[in-house]
Each structure stands twice: as structure tokens, then as C-alpha cells.
Design a binder for this molecule. Structure first.
Ligand SMILES: NC(=O)c1ccc[n+]([C@@H]2O[C@H](COP(=O)([O-])OP(=O)(O)OC[C@H]3O[C@@H](n4cnc5c(N)ncnc54)[C@H](OP(=O)(O)O)[C@@H]3O)[C@@H](O)[C@H]2O)c1
Length: 270
């Protein structure tokens, strides 16, 4: 049985990933800043931003799946002006380098790094930090893989929820294909153990739709009505903001089905 260390195993993607690894019978160690409740994994307390706990977390590890990130936008579920000027690099760049160096010392056999589709044309500071992290992985002498994914549904939902107070929604017409973390997690598990390495096909969702359509389906699922005003962005601006269509592997869960599931859970909880 191989020991897999998952960084970011308490995050949105990471939890789905850990579920699948455990289900498939892998021995899983989760690197986290604080221990959480699940008892079917080993917990390694550590911090990528400081390096604390990393050597112990890597002891005996065969495969590292690096799914940690420090994204203020994802944490708060929306943009603030500051996000267009800076983004912390302590986890996604310096933390990645630290983890790579220590993985090498620990004789890790495979370092699988999670990243984002369309970084090369993107201009946001978070994208530049992610790109720097990817480069470090590619320059490492470890056996590595990089998997890029489209934006996750949970983040799209948070961003649209942030518009709820507005009577009129200005929304770009740009087409893209966000994806669910469950599909990305399935794909990552495949990439971790199928023997493939280096640049893996990127993964996006099943539907190429304009953001206007994603917003309309969201309103329908929530039972709300706001006027959506489509905005035309230039190709360059759209790419700069990460709006691209990923032509790689396709996830199966549609936005419409994800919304149905999500709001059924919300109604059940209420
Ligand atoms: N969100 C998207 O739309 C999207 C799209 C494509 C790719 N990705 C990539 O997918 C990966 C996961 O994203 P996500 O949205 O699922 O992330 P998330 O929900 O924001 O979770 C972030 C994870 O990183 C951990 N973390 C943060 N700072 C840390 C530190 N200093 N030391 C150790 N762990 C730390 C967090 O652990 P704590 O429990 O300690 O907070 C948490 O488990 C990232 O590589 C991201 O760039 C995201």
C-alpha cells in the first residue's frame, strides 16, 4: 500500500480527493494546519508557509498531491480591489518550493501538482503566483506531474451569491467551462497512479456556456429574478481574467445538476 500525502486535504478539492483515495484503499496522510475530525486518515500538522512540520509529514511518503493554496479570493468567495494588485505567494510559490526540496530529501516517487487552466494568458496576481509554483515543479528533478483545472463550481456560486443584493447584474458574455471538484478529484486520482507524468491533459466541466447563462441557471435554481445585462469583453481581457474553454478532459457533472444538488442541501438544512 502506498502512502499518499495530500496538502490542502481540508479544502474544497482536497476533501473530495481524500474521500476517493481512502475509498480506493490508499494510506492517506493529510497535511493541515489544524487537525480535523475524520479518523480514516493520518493527520500531519504543518504549515507550507513556514515549513513547520513538513519533514515529518513527508516521512515514508510515496506520492505527494499538492492541492493547498492561499487564495484570498477563494477564501472570501469574491474579488476586492486589492486582488488586482497583489496575491500572497507564501503557500503557492515559496511553499511549493519548500515542499519540492523536502520531497526530494524524503525520496518521494511522484509529486502531483494542482494548478489552473489558462495561466499563461492570465494577468491577475494570483495567476502569476500559480504560474511561478508550476515552474518550480517543472524545474525540479523529482518525478512530477502538473494537472490544470478550470475554476470550480463552488467558487462560481460564491461569486454569483455576492451579486444577490444587486437588482441588475452586469455579467460578461464570455464562454468558459467551470468544473466540479468531484470530477477533478476523480481525475487526479487517475493521474496519481496511472504511470503518466509531466504535463497531463487539463480538466474542465462538460458545458461551454457564457457566464450570462451560468448566472441565469443560478438564479433559476435559487428561485430569484435579477435582470442580467450582458457585457462584451475583449478576448485579451477575457483571457486575462481566466475565461477560457478547456479542451482537455471533461468532467461529467453539469452546473445545472450541481445547483440542484446544492440547493436541495440548503433547503434540507433549513
Ligand atoms: N478554486 C478554484 O476555482 C480552482 C480552480 C482550478 C484549480 N484550483 C487549484 O486547486 C487547488 C485547491 O483549491 P481549492 O479551491 O479547493 O482550495 P481551498 O478550498 O481554498 O483550500 C485551500 C487548502 O489549502 C490549505 N492551506 C492554506 N494555507 C496553508 C498553509 N499555510 N499550509 C498548509 N496548508 C494550507 C487549506 O488548509 P486549512 O484547513 O489550513 O485552511 C486548505 O486545505 C489549488 O491548487 C487551487 O489553485 C482551484
Amino acid at each position: 500500500m502506498t502512502l499518499v500525502l495530500v496538502t490542502g486535504g481540508t479544502g474544497h478539492l482536497g476533501q473530495d480527493l481524500v474521500d476517493r483515495l481512502v475509498r480506493d484503499g490508499h494510506q492517506v496522510r493529510v497535511l493541515a494546519r489544524a487537525r480535523q475530525a475524520r479518523a480514516d486518515v493520518e493527520w500531519a500538522i504543518g504549515d507550507l508557509a513556514t515549513g513547520e512540520g513538513l519533514p515529518a509529514a513527508l516521512r515514508g511518503v510515496h506520492t505527494v498531491i499538492n492541492a493547498a493554496t492561499h487564495s484570498p479570493v477563494a477564501q472570501r468567495g469574491g474579488f476586492r480591489p486589492v486582488d488586482f494588485f497583489k496575491s500572497p505567494s507564501d503557500v503557492d510559490a515559496e511553499g511549493t518550493q519548500r515542499l519540492l526540496d523536502l520531497s526530494q530529501q524524503a525520496a518521494v516517487q511522484h509529486f502531483l501538482h494542482v494548478s489552473i487552466v489558462g495561466l499563461d494568458g492570465a494577468s491577475l496576481p494570483y495567476a502569476r503566483v500559480k504560474l511561478a509554483g508550476e515552474r518550480m515543479v517543472r524545474e525540479s528533478s523529482l518525478s512530477w506531474s502538473v494537472v490544470r483545472a478550470m475554476p470550480f463550481y463552488y467558487l462560481l456560486e460564491s461569486m454569483l451569491a455576492g451579486l444577490a443584493w444587486l437588482p441588475v447584474w452586469p455579467v460578461p458574455k464570455t464562454v468558459f467551462n467551470p468544473v466540479d471538484t468531484s470530477d477533478v478529484a476523480d481525475y487526479l486520482v487517475r493521474c496519481a497512479f496511472d504511470g503518466g507524468r509531466r504535463e497531463r491533459a487539463e480538466i474542465g466541466g462538460p458545458d461551454d456556456l457564457s457566464l450570462v447563462e451560468f448566472a441565469r441557471q443560478y438564479q433559476e435554481a435559487r428561485g430569484m429574478r435579477r435582470r442580467v445585462v450582458p457585457i462584451q469583453l475583449s478576448d485579451k481581457t477575457a483571457r486575462g481574467m481566466g475565461f477560457v474553454v478547456s479542451e482537455g478532459v471533461r468532467g461529467r457533472l453539469s452546473w445545472r445538476d450541481w445547483l440542484q444538488r446544492r440547493f436541495a442541501e440548503v433547503r434540507a438544512a433549513a
